[in-house]
Design a protein around this ligand. Structure first.
Ligand SMILES: [Zn+2]
Length: 84
């Protein structure tokens, strides 16, 4: 197990899965760099989750709703007009 292999399983490590490969845990115990990376990522996630979602600008909301309502009857976005 090396740092690169740990990166491949970073999501599982960050989620704290109980069924982590023992080799991952061994690497974490021995590698200061990976421990610091995991700690920094966890801290970043906590900060991110503690923030309220930013409000959607009214203009963007109108634009999205117009698109959604305008294309809901025509999946694929290509209107077909047999008469033209
Ligand atoms: Zn490492």
């Amino acid at each position: 197990m090396d740092c690169r292999e740990l990166m491949d399983h970073l999501d599982a490590v960050l989620e704290g899965e109980r069924s982590l490969d023992p080799a991952l845990l061994q690497h974490l115990a021995a590698c200061l760099g990976c421990r610091q990376l995991v700690a920094t990522c966890r801290q970043t996630i906590l900060v991110y989750r503690s923030q309220p979602a930013p409000p959607i600008p009214a203009a963007l909301h109108r634009k999205v709703m117009k698109k959604v309502n305008g294309t809901s009857a025509q999946p694929g976005g290509t209107p077909t007009h047999p008469r033209s």
